[in-house]
Design a protein around this ligand. Structure first.
Ligand SMILES: [Zn+2]
Length: 283
């Protein structure tokens, strides 16, 4: 609510207020050392993700690197990539707090040869896009056995795809997301992520993204259903998120909302709520 109100004020008063807002956002981030944001759209140009994240009062963001519908995408426009990087420095977003999300089409562990091959190609393409955008992290869903191969075989295929992509691209860290264990997806158990990591040759280029919804569905609740819900509305209570935003080990780590949002309680309001839970913000 507050961020939306601030946005309207800035439209009326122009640049000066916008600078003030940017200052407020940066001060809050510095004070808390928490980088909270949302998954934002890239419609109209990839740099729009940076602008909309600033308007949300965010300190971090996630984005897709291209269309979710096609395996083959037009090459990244160099002018758009430059503009993205310029916007990041202008609006104060460090690459360490930007976490691109992999295409949902991809299944590096697929038992189908054509799908696993297309996924390997797409993974290389996505990591190359990250490099061109000056980004250092790349988060993706490990994959699914589709029930046609064993979990171990699926995990090995995923590790092989990662090793291949690392050879083809420089520096970007592949971040494995834990899953809810729905259907035959792998990565619902931490030991499965461990098996992939064990087989990745360059350990400096592999990390883990903890999805709280997926962990809750896979573990404590055990329903395995991937159902994201707004902060305060779902089965994970507000106290759990208070713990998250006050956890010193999560300082400097991008914390990304993947919540559906409702009228009056969209990304801006949920980011605002999470920052309001930070004790350091109250000091
Ligand atoms: Zn995800």
């Amino acid at each position: 609510m507050m961020a939306a109100a601030r946005k309207r004020k800035s439209e009326a008063l122009g640049d000066e207020t916008e600078d003030e807002e940017r200052g407020d956002r940066r001060r809050r981030i510095r004070k808390t050392n928490k980088y909270i944001g949302a998954h934002v759209g890239i419609q109209g140009g990839i740099w729009k993700a940076v602008e909309s994240s600033a308007a949300l009062g965010a300190g971090a963001f996630a984005l897709f690197l291209g269309s979710q519908r096609s395996w083959k995408r037009p090459a990244l426009d160099p002018a758009a990539a430059d503009r993205f990087q310029e916007k990041c420095s202008e609006l104060g977003f460090d690459p360490a707090h930007i976490l691109p999300h992999g295409s949902y089409l991809m299944n590096c562990g697929s038992p189908k040869d054509d799908v696993s091959e297309k996924s390997r190609v797409l993974l290389v393409d996505e990591l190359s896009r990250c490099s061109r955008l000056g980004l250092r992290l790349y988060n993706f869903h490990p994959g699914s056995s589709l029930g046609a191969i064993t979990t171990q075989q699926c995990l090995d295929k995923i590790a092989a795809a990662i090793n291949h992509a690392h050879q083809q691209t420089p520096a970007v860290v592949t971040v494995l997301e834990n899953m809810s264990g729905q259907g035959s997806t792998v990565g619902g158990r931490f030991c499965e992520l461990r098996r992939i990591i064990d087989r990745v040759r360059d350990r400096s280029r592999v990390g883990v993204c903890l999805d709280t919804c997926h962990a809750f569905a896979a573990g404590k609740l055990g329903c395995n259903l991937d159902r994201h819900e707004d902060i305060r509305k779902g089965n994970i209570g507000l106290s759990a998120f208070r713990d998250v935003v006050n956890e010193p080990r999560l300082d400097g780590v991008p914390l990304i909302l993947e919540t559906p949002g409702r009228p009056g309680f969209q990304d801006a309001e949920q980011i605002e709520l999470l920052y309001s839970l930070c004790e350091k913000n109250k000091e």
